[in-house]
Design a protein around this ligand. Structure first.
Ligand code: JB8
Length: 254
């Protein structure tokens, strides 16, 4: 997969040199290309922002540098990329969208700063490319860079050969069709006793059926505590009698 990223802070993306994503880049599984937006300005101050039409606080990113930068990335290629623009007003970034984007050959991320990018940029490229304005959550960052790091990591680990074992991806808390969208329960490793704290004995028992049931109970408890709206959204066919007994103990309606 090829990923282009346009930003006024390309240094923000140093983490993409290390760990899983760094290794994928070394192997050529992932081709990440960083671009400095200011390289497509023409004034001495390399200006990328201006005051908002209609008034209001802050500054807006000018369309001209974005147009030249995106045109330069697209130049000479037959097929265009998906264009992803992080913004708090975008569609939610979910595991489902990560899986969808991981199937694409080419993504282009446009990182805004200030109050965002002049909306005509998204309209202009919307007639040529698939454009998605995407939000990684209900909080406000100072710019799109950190959101792009989040998305590149979530997408990159789904690419064939990036994770060590295929099970890790299909067992993810939000992988469609796994543990019926429950959160994952707690995990343990050696030693069996640490600072007087034992690993739950069932996990050392070798009873695979009982271990699976215990893990499901823990997943239900954790989901009820931390994400009750996920439980409320489960279809009734996803809960068996034992599940309902566990939830009844938690005074959970259903
Ligand atoms: C300016 O919170 B965010 C986000 C915030 C931003 C910009 C992009 C994304 C651009 N502020 O996802």
């Amino acid at each position: 997969m090829r990923i282009d990223i346009i930003s006024i802070f390309p240094e923000y993306f140093a983490p993409l040199d290390v760990s899983l994503i760094g290794k994928a880049r070394e192997r050529g599984t992932l081709d990440v290309r960083l671009h400095q937006l200011r390289d497509w300005t023409h004034d001495i101050h390399r200006t990328v922002d201006d005051t908002p039409y209609g008034g209001g606080p802050g500054m807006v990113m000018k369309p001209e540098p974005w147009g030249e930068a995106i045109d330069a990335v697209l130049a000479g290629e037959a097929e265009g990329p998906r264009l992803i623009v992080p913004t708090p007003s975008g569609r939610p970034f979910t595991q489902g969208l990560a899986l969808d984007l991981a199937a694409e050959p080419w993504l282009l991320f446009a990182c805004g700063r200030y109050e965002g990018i002049d909306s005509r940029v998204m309209a202009e490229y919307g007639s040529r490319l698939r454009v998605d304005e995407v939000s990684i959550g209900d909080y406000v960052l100072a710019g799109g860079e950190v959101a792009v790091l989040v998305m590149v990591e979530a997408i990159g680990r789904l690419l064939p050969g990036v994770l060590g074992n295929a099970q890790s991806v299909s067992d993810d808390s939000f992988a469609p069709g796994t543990m019926a969208n429950l959160l994952e329960g707690p995990v343990f490793t050696k030693p069996p006793v640490w600072r007087g704290r034992e690993v739950p004995p069932i996990l050392l028992s070798g009873h695979h059926g009982k271990i699976a049931r215990w893990r499901r109970d823990e997943a239900l408890r954790r989901t009820a505590a931390n994400r009750p709206e996920l439980l409320a959204g489960l279809g009734p066919e996803t809960l068996d009698k034992h599940d309902r007994a566990v939830l009844a103990e938690l005074d959970f309606p259903g």
